[in-house]
Design a protein around this ligand. Sequence first.
Ligand SMILES: [Zn+2]
Length: 127
Amino acid sequence: MIKAKFAGNCKICGSMWAVGDDICYQKSPKAICGEKECFTQQGGTISTYQQATFNPNNKDIIITKVPDVTVSDSVKQVADDWMQFFVVAHHMTKTIYPEQDVNTHVFGQIRSRIIDQLCYITRLQKD
Ligand SMILES: [Zn+2]
């Protein structure tokens, strides 16, 4: 979603926009329109962030750009190990802080600290 630099209109649905209006624009496949529905029909993709702009109730969104790289087996193995730490840390957090709602930032932060500590202890044991 961008601010229109020029006034224009959609070649598909004919909707018009003026300079400074929010319009959806995508380079490839090329798609441009001020209307979300028309834009997606043209093959445009609306990111979560852009959806948040369309739905003002939903603003506190973190934009993540995942790099497009090939993941090697050794890294996948590390990820598998990490998942196990995550599961253990999740249950530990629940046990230690039974009153803490699982779907909160605080819970996530405690869990993530425990994951760090489990990794650290595992490393100490290996050395
Ligand atoms: Zn259109």
